[in-house]
Design a protein around this ligand. Structure first.
Ligand SMILES: [Fe+2]
Length: 340
């Protein structure tokens, strides 16, 4: 019980390199729950709803995923964090491997979160889904030209030469996509696929929004991004000139990843932390996913209308163990292909 329950002044001072979000912190008051989050989207209003419904207050701290994980490890049992939230299945798996999370047993969570979107031991649960799919300029591209069986690999076809933009190799989004290609096709074939993109003079962009804006501006015609970035831009401007295409619908399905969270090992507020996860997966699903145009993990919850307008799609099951354990190989594949 010696654990500190709120972020002490010293810790806050140390956090400046982590892009500390002042607005989430309740001015140094003790909150019931402390959340370390690498998910940067619209947490505040969801947590406010949670407080309203349960009376439990939440402080949260934004940071880079790898930095927050290192921080949890360094703080050990002195950490003020009760919940760790992050945005990549491989990262959630990694947090579990590093021993910073503790298992939760919850029929509510097991009922709300599909099996492939949670840890079999209950150390973490997916709470929102994001599809990494094809986006294109409808004035330049006939979607019938995509390979409906394996759309990602199909972008290596010479017909797409000089027309493609993709995200940089340092992004966990790119790395988990390539890890899923290795998982699906084996390393050799994954290597060929990445090389075929490079041979098509793929232009590498440093973020998904920049990529979508490049397509809208005519700088490229096809790309791969997370679906919610397109939804965000379409919300701002319904005439934004980019359309979504659900990848690999005649094959393995569209690559999806998750945002998720787990209870921090040794948290003195593990019961309340579990309550927060349960709420986020059920009554709070819409509050949590809609603001960022993500997809609910809970099959009983409808996606918000703009994302729903993209249409239903079949998804590739998420294999967090593969994305996490194949991450190093994915980085090697990208590097060996000269993808940069
Ligand atoms: Fe994102």
């Amino acid at each position: 019980m010696s654990r500190r329950r709120s972020l002490p002044a010293l810790a806050v001072a140390l956090l400046t390199p982590l892009a500390l979000s002042g607005c989430g912190l309740l001015g140094g008051e003790e909150a019931d729950l402390q959340v370390y989050s690498a998910r940067h989207y619209d947490l505040e209003s969801a947590f406010e709803d949670f407080t309203e419904e349960t009376g439990l207050t939440v402080e949260f701290l934004y940071g880079d995923d790898a930095e927050l994980l290192e921080r949890l490890k360094a703080e050990g049992e002195d950490t003020p964090a009760d919940v760790f939230m992050t945005v990549d299945a491989g990262m959630l798996w990694n947090a579990g491997e590093q021993g910073v999370l503790e298992p939760v047993e919850s029929t509510v969570l097991d009922g709300a979160v599909p099996e492939d979107l949670r840890d079999p031991d209950g150390e973490w649960y997916g709470l929102a889904m994001r599809a990494r799919t094809i986006v294109y300029d409808p004035e330049a591209v006939d979607p019938d030209d995509f390979d409906a069986e394996d759309t990602y690999a199909g972008l290596g076809d010479p017909q797409w030469r000089g027309r493609i933009c993709m995200r940089d190799e340092t992004s966990s989004y790119t790395q988990s996509l390539v890890a899923s290609l290795i998982d699906l096709h084996g390393r050799e074939r994954a290597q060929e696929i990445v090389e075929s993109w490079v041979a098509n003079d793929v232009e590498i962009m440093s973020n998904d929004i920049e990529l979508l804006e490049a397509i809208d501006a005519g700088g490229c015609e096809v790309g791969i991004t997370n679906h919610y970035y397109l939804a965000r831009l379409l919300e701002e401007d319904p005439d934004f000139g980019v359309a979504p295409y659900w990848a690999s619908q005649d094959g393995a399905g569209t690559h999806v990843n998750i945002s998720g969270a787990g209870v921090v090992a040794g948290s003195p507020a593990s019961a309340e932390a579990q309550q927060l996860l349960e709420w986020l997966a059920t009554d709070g699903q819409s509050a949590f996913v809609d603001g960022n145009h993500e997809l609910p993990v809970n099959p009983d919850v409808e996606p918000e209308p703009l994302v729903a307008s993209f249409g239903d799609f079949e998804r590739l099951p998420v294999d967090a163990t593969a994305y996490g354990s194949l991450n190093a190989e994915a980085v090697e594949v990208l590097d060996a292909a000269g993808y940069r």
